[in-house]
Design a protein around this ligand. Structure first.
Ligand code: TXA
Ligand code: MG
Length: 356
């Protein structure tokens, strides 16, 4: 952690502790659970991204998560549970839609927003009257929550603003010396964060797109699901109020400049990126091209880890080929657009390069 980063993040505390590196076994899970119970911070793998866990009912513990991440404290945390019984006491009511969604997608990469019970402290929900809950599909995650014997509040285990970590090494890059322990689990399967769906209203609303898509939810619920309109707007201006507070912050951004190429014709997009790479390289900029074709799964799995890797290697510019903004591709594009700081080059099929 350099001082420039500390200044930007508003985090000025010294490294506070030695971070224990736990391989995943029964003994270490019990120890990690005990650390959580006592108000400590433990990073752990999930199927989406690594989480930075704390006892969700312990305000002091939750506050230390905000500090470790350098995260604005109005940004609510997702509460992770290991079984359906854990839901009791955390929420005021479970509607019919939520029942169906839990049945179909839990454990898994879906966070459901419920009306919260008083037991969940303001610090955990950022003062909201609702609480986001998720039962992770990753077994290590669930065993840790069981060992902790408390619901576990966990944002992604990165410094605020950096790409979410999808490997234990990426967690340590940001968090070594700032948290009590890391469970050295496997690389994350999905690679982007869970879908967040608000089920407190008549029409379920997706606040953050993820692996569980609008179409998958509609199929299971047998009714229309909407996206929060704020998802499709650039986060600026006084009137920008996404329903998921986390969506308004600069996110997922590496040090390198990221430029996203988007167009109907993948070959035209590839040509445009190749030309841009040539131009940038001629100017002495170290340039990388990320081209996932039409494979949204591969893109999601790889993207955040790749941004971090290219930063470590000192790249200046990263050119990314976009995906179709539908289904899971839309979710990945949400992250790509943010990583690019909304810098998008639209490649029109009928542009000059196509007519040559
Ligand atoms: O996949 C994931 O969800 C990962 C892993 C660790 O589970 N967690 C994660 O947490 O991405 P975080 O804190 O980085 O993102 C949580 C998102 C934020 O955008 C936050 O605003 C939103 O969920 N959120 C949480 N509680 C909410 C609530 N009550 N109402 C609206 N949005 C909420
Ligand atoms: Mg996050």
């Amino acid at each position: 952690m350099n001082t420039e980063e500390e200044r930007v993040l508003g985090y000025s505390e010294p490294h506070v502790c030695e971070t224990k590196k736990f391989s995943v076994n029964a003994e270490n899970l019990a120890l990690a659970g005990e650390i959580l119970r006592r108000g400590g911070l433990v990073a752990f793998p999930t199927e989406t991204v690594y989480g930075l866990g704390a006892d969700a009912l312990n305000e002091e513990a939750v506050r230390s998560v905000y500090r470790a991440k350098g995260r604005p404290s109005d940004n609510p945390m997702i509460v992770h549970i290991a079984s359906r019984e854990d839901l009791e006491g955390l929420v005021r009511e479970v509607g019919e839609d939520a029942e169906k969604a839990m049945e179909a997608f839990w454990p898994g990469p879906l966070t459901i927003i419920f009306p919260r019970s008083k037991q969940v402290p303001d610090t955990t929900t950022g003062g909201l009257d609702t609480v986001g809950i998720r039962m992770p599909g990753n077994e290590t995650a669930r065993r840790l929550i069981e060992a902790a014997r408390c619901p576990v509040a966990a944002p992604s285990a990165n410094l605020s603003g950096k790409p979410s970590p999808t490997t234990a090494a990426d967690v340590l890059e940001d968090m070594d010396g700032r948290i009590d322990a890391v469970l050295l689990g496997e690389d994350c399967d999905v690679g982007i964060e869970s879908t967040v769906v608000d089920m407190t209203g008549e029409i379920p609303m997706i606040l953050r797109p993820g692996y569980v898509t609008k179409e998958m939810l509609e199929e299971v619920l047998g009714k229309e699901v909407r996206y929060d309109p704020a998802l499709f707007r650039q986060p600026s201006g006084e009137d920008f109020h996404p329903r998921s507070p986390g969506m308004k912050y600069r996110h997922y951004a590496p040090e390198a400049e990221v430029c996203l190429y988007e167009g109907e014709n993948l070959e035209a997009v590839r040509r445009a990126m190749a030309e841009a790479e040539k131009r940038a390289s001629a100017l002495g900029r170290r340039t990388a091209v990320l081209d996932y074709g039409t494979d949204s799964r591969a893109a999601a799995h790889d993207f955040f880890a790749k941004l971090r890797e290219l930063d470590r290697e000192g790249y200046d510019l990263i050119l990314v080929s976009g995906l179709k903004r539908e289904s899971f591709g839309l979710s990945v594009m949400n992250r790509m657009t943010k990583a690019a700081g909304y810098e998008i080059v639209r490649v029109d099929e009928t542009d000059a390069s196509e007519e040559e």
